[in-house]
Design a protein around this ligand. Sequence first.
Ligand code: HEC
Length: 271
Amino acid sequence: MTYRLIALASAVFLSTTSLAGAQGTGTTVVPAGQEAPAAGTTAPAGGGAAATSTAPAAGEAPAAGEAPAAAEAPAAAEAPAAAEAPAGGEAPAAAEAPAPAPSADAQMASAEGMQPDAHPSKDTATEGNAPTEGDMGKWVDPAGNPTYNIGEDGKVDWYAWRGSKKYGANCLQCHGPDGMGSSFAPNLTESLQNLSYFDFVGIVVSGQQNKWHPQNSVMPAWGEDPNVMCSLDAIYIYLRGRTDGVIGRGEPPRPEKNEEGQKAEYDCLGF
Ligand code: HEC
């Protein structure tokens, strides 16, 4: 259901925007102070903390060396086995660079990760969070919004785990580790206190400008990027868990594979 909705949103987006740059030619905004990819760097727009420089990106993700933290997973654990990873598409190479070891203070996902001062996400505040099984192996709250589920083994569900990976590959370079924000993009664990699932989807699909910071504050539109669109719910689920204070910092331990969830993602990606 949700994927169809997203496909619809994407279609609307595609038909109403002149934004160039499908996959492969899209631009990536590189935070000031970080190394921009190779040639063609345009001058920074200037202006305080939000200053950014825009440079053509080689692909959906910055080169591995450039976003070490972005890290999709240790090779052995995450690298899809031949059987499981059709060629092309979301090739492990760029997006799934080897991850540095989790920092010592990284908390594992568990109820213990709950911060006493954590504020719930808007959906959890308004809908509560009693997860039931939705379609495609996904957990949903009573209103049908995607949500996380902590298993009896204390591990997060598959979507939340995938979401942390996808966040790392696509969002972390601006929004910081664990969704906690940086000098050039807002802390999403604060943003989600005020944004519902549908607000979130709308912003990620279409982008947003100058709400968080009055100048040069650009959230790119991801509506044309399957690497984000096919995992949009997963990213939301992960950030919802972070916002609720239930998923701690650092990458959550990998849960058992959810075949349905994995298949849904691969189908979406066209594998
Ligand atoms: C190139 C840097 C960059 C990347 C990459 C990026 N964002 Fe953003 N994002 C921003 C900036 C800057 C803003 C604030 C925009 C504004 O001021 O309106 C923002 C805003 C947002 C908001 C709205 C926050 C609010 O409080 O209104 C959400 C939600 C969001 N981003 C989610 C994501 C997700 C999910 C990803 C990964 C798929 C992502 N962003 C990737 C820069 C980025």
